[in-house]
Structure formats: C-alpha cells, structure tokens
Design a protein around this ligand. Structure first.
Ligand code: COA
Length: 260
C-alpha cells in the first residue's frame, strides 16, 4: 500500500511504523487510523516480521491525540461511531496481534496517542516523553479504550486522577506507575527498542503469539484466562517450534525456530 501519513519500514525481522504528520504532532486523523490499521495487518501477516515498533516522526510527539479538527462538529451518533470504529480498526487490533508490538514513545503521547501506546504490548519512553488523557478538558472522555486500559496498567486511583485532572505525567512518573517499562534518551530510544526486539526474536514466535493471547484473556469479559492458558499451553505441544525448542535444549545447542 502507498501510505501518505505513515512510513513503513521492514528490516531484519523488525517492522517499524512511523506516524508521519509531524506538523500536526502526529495527531490521528481518520486517514492515519486507516493506514495504521492496514500497516499493522500487513506486518502481522508477514512471516518475516517478528516484532513491530511504532513511533512518531519528529522530536516533539509520539501522537498528540485524535485529530480534534475532525470531530469538533460531531453529534452523539457520530461520536459513538468514531469511538467504535477506531477501537475496532486500530486499538483492539493492535492489542490482539500475535506479533509483539512495542511503542517507542518519543514525545507527547496524549489522548488517542496514549491510548495507542497502551494498546501496544509494552512501552518504552524517551526522557522527553509526556503522557496524559486530556479529553475532559475538551468536554469529552477517552474513546479509544483509555478508560479501560489506563486503570489496567496503572491502577484505578491513578487512572481516575490522570483522567479527571487531564494532566500530563513525565517519563519518570510513567516509569514509577508502570506505564512504561524503560526510559531512554531520545536518540537511543529506537536502538534500545530494536535491542529488545532482538531478544524477543530469539524465541518461538508461535509461543509468543499464544502468550499474548493468554495474557490478554485475563482482561476480557466472560473469558477465563486460566482456561485460555491451559488450551494455549496444550496447543504448543503440537508445534514445530516446541519440537525444535526442546530438542535444541537437550542437544545443548541454540534453537532455530521455524515459527510454525
Ligand atoms: N488534533 C489536531 N491538531 C493538533 C492536535 C490534535 N490533537 N495536537 C496538536 N495539533 C496541531 C496544532 O493544532 C498545531 O497545528 P497548526 O500549526 O496548524 O496550528 C500543531 O499541531 C502544533 O501544535 P501546537 O499546539 O502549536 O504545539 P505546542 O507545542 O504549542 O503544544 C500540545 C503541544 C501537545 C500541548 C498541544 O498541541 C495540545 O494540547 N494538543 C492537543 C492535545 C489533546 O488534547 N489531545 C487529545 C485529543 S482528544
């Protein structure tokens, strides 16, 4: 696909998706959400992509939110449609991908930007990153999963405070909250994320996909995560990766996983 709002780059098992609207602080307009959805699906279907890293272009922002200019005149049903469509197209899609997704939060991650980072499997921030859900300052609430994923990640009380105050937290606070896993200087952020991707890639991609599914099951209504785990654990025994992993261990050599 020919992308207008993102840059898609695959190399050595890593697909990097860069949101490329720096003059609008990478705000998520409809076209960008559509392109991101396509890009994530493409990367997930590509056997050569073992890890996806998402980041923002420029030095200022990861994503400064949903594009406010696009929804300022919406009515109730358009508002509901915006949230439902966005959640399905992008945020739930990312969360449930079998390929690991790392958010490299290189600056402002506000509103839909933080919601996108939270839909990723984990986050690494630059020292310059600032995160928040400022929607109530606009008279609206987070609509791309923010009211659900923020409390899951940092606890209900902290999420309540962040959402009610509409304030921003810096990288250190995000680290202490467990919202991000690491903080790196901006010019080292991507290299660090690629290093993590390298460690992930040594392991069975099939097992990793199953682990993501089992972990996510714990947060899904009406799903028993322990049962999902039992099922997924059992399924691993039928994979070539399992045969290779256990054989390599017993033969005292490094595993070379086929990814099947
Ligand atoms: N939607 C649409 N446009 C946005 C945007 C958003 N969420 N965030 C930033 N922009 C645009 C600005 O309108 C501006 O465009 P212009 O140059 O055509 O006027 C450009 O990006 C640069 O932003 P600006 O506000 O001038 O930068 P700043 O450094 O003064 O402030 C922020 C940075 C992030 C504090 C500020 O842009 C902001 O508060 N953005 C909105 C954050 C938000 O509420 N997000 C949640 C949306 S639900």
């Amino acid at each position: 696909m020919n992308y207008q709002n993102i840059v898609y780059h695959s190399q050595n098992g890593i697909t990097r998706i860069t949101i490329n609207r720096a003059t609008k602080l990478n705000a998520l307009n409809k076209a960008t959400i559509q392109e991101l959805s396509e890009a994530f699906k493409t990367a997930n279907a590509d056997n050569n992509t073992k890890v996806i890293i998402i980041t923002g272009s420029g030095e200022k922002a990861f994503v400064a939110g949903a594009d406010i200019s696009e929804f300022a005149n919406f009515d109730v049903s358009q508002g509901q449609h915006l949230a439902a469509q966005g959640q399905e197209l992008l945020f739930n899609l990312v969360e449930n991908l079998s390929t690991p997704v790392i958010a490299a939060v290189n600056g402002f991650a506000l509103g839909g930007g933080l919601e996108l980072a939270m839909a990723c499997h984990f986050r690494v921030a630059s020292t310059t990153a600032k995160m928040g859900l400022p929607e109530v300052s606009l008279g609206v609430i987070p609509g791309y999963g923010g009211t659900q994923r923020l409390p899951q990640l940092i606890g209900k009380g902290r999420a309540m405070e962040m959402i009610m105050t509409a304030g921003m937290i810096d990288a250190n606070q995000a680290l202490s909250y467990g919202l991000v896993n690491h903080i790196k200087a901006q010019d080292e952020l991507l290299e660090f994320c690629e290093g993590l991707a390298g460690k992930i890639m040594r392991n069975s991609s099939v097992a990793i996909g199953s682990a993501i599914q089992a972990i996510n099951a714990s947060f899904k209504d009406g799903v028993n995560g322990y049962n999902t785990e039992i099922q997924a654990f059992g399924n691993c025994f039928g994979t070539q990766d399992f045969k290779e992993g256990t054989t390599a261990f017993l033969e005292k050599r490094k595993a070379n996983f086929p990814g099947k």
